[in-house]
Design a protein around this ligand. Structure first.
Ligand SMILES: NC(=O)c1ccc[n+]([C@@H]2O[C@H](COP(=O)([O-])OP(=O)(O)OC[C@H]3O[C@@H](n4cnc5c(N)ncnc54)[C@H](OP(=O)(O)O)[C@@H]3O)[C@@H](O)[C@H]2O)c1
Length: 274
């Protein structure tokens, strides 16, 4: 078994503790139950799902079947775009809880900064936080302008901002603002969805530290203080992606990775969202 990932936690501005590695389950499809079960068996205590992934039910099932106490697993889900708005967000949250089979989530996120509706949606999340049905609330795909607009009127600051984050896409302005505001960063698509796992610099650093390219990319985010959400349905990779806390990248390896910025967006790009 890999290093105990469940012990590696960060404290959010809500006071809650979040394991720094979470299993992503976007596109895990029919393999979701098996993937979550394998992750929990190998020490993961954090799962990142969303309404739109269509597998909240399977995530809840795997957690229940694991026999691990609910209080020990950190569960995130997200408000989908079509459900944004105050009342509809509250209704969507109820439906997500029902599918998960839970009576609270650890983290509820606005999935995408839908113009005109995101501030109203945030008010709904603040209510869910007040009621403690969402123990922490946050946003996803919010870049600097979206964050500035939100914090100007928010009563509760987001606990996290989940964005695509890799050496090849560093979003420096947004990450600096999050650090300044005390908003934790969650890195999605931290393995570049496979697109840069064979990059020569990543391969060389991996050979130097005798780790896999995936572990190098994940460790880079971990050393910058971000939470990482690698997705895999392959047990061996699920284990590998959690083996991040028994090695270090030295300053020169970090500097080399820091130098790889190329604006690589592998999914949707919130920079296009007014
Ligand atoms: N908030 C958002 O808008 C947003 C957007 C995208 C993603 N996310 C979250 O972030 C999670 C991760 O992002 P992602 O799914 O886009 O991509 P990712 O984690 O960067 O990459 C996943 C891909 O890498 C493969 N892989 C996993 N571990 C590997 C390893 N050790 N070596 C080689 N290949 C490996 C997986 O294959 P196998 O599964 O076949 O092993 C899969 O094809 C998502 O599942 C989701 O929870 C959020």
């Amino acid at each position: 078994m890999s290093q105990d990932v469940s012990n590696t936690v960060l404290k959010l501005n809500s006071g809650a503790h979040i394991p720094q590695v979470g299993l992503g389950v976007w596109q895990s499809g029919g393999a979701t139950v098996r993937a979550v079960a394998a992750a929990l068996q190998h020490g993961y205590r954090h799962v990142d799902t969303a309404r739109v992934y269509g597998n909240e039910h399977q995530v809840g099932q795997a957690i229940r079947e694991s026999g691990i106490p609910r209080a020990e697993v950190f569960v995130t889900t997200k408000l989908w775009n079509q459900d944004q708005g105050y009342d509809s967000a509250l209704r969507a949250f109820d439906s997500s809880l029902k599918r998960l089979g839970l009576d609270y989530v650890n983290l509820y996120l606005i999935h995408w900064p839908v113009a005109e509706l995101r501030l109203e949606s945030w008010r709904a999340l603040e209510q869910l936080y007040k009621d403690q049905r969402a123990r922490s609330i946050g946003v996803s795909n919010f870049l600097t302008p979206h964050l500035k607009e939100l914090v100007a009127s928010a009563k509760v600051l987001p606990a996290v901002n989940q964005i695509e984050l890799t050496p090849f896409l560093q979003r420096s302005e947004t990450t600096a603002l999050c650090r300044e505001l005390g908003i934790a960063l969650e890195a999605y698509s931290p393995l570049t969805r496979g697109e840069r796992l064979a990059h020569p610099a990543v391969l060389e650093i991996a050979a130097l530290v005798q780790r896999s390219p995936a572990q190098v990319l994940l460790r880079w985010n971990v050393q910058h203080g971000a939470i990482v959400l690698p997705k895999s349905v392959t047990p061996a990779r699920i284990i590998e992606n959690a083996g991040l806390f028994d090695f270090e990248l030295d300053a020169s390896a970090m500097a080399r990775l820091d130098g790889l910025e190329e604006g690589l967006v592998t999914g949707w790009n919130p920079a296009d969202q007014p």
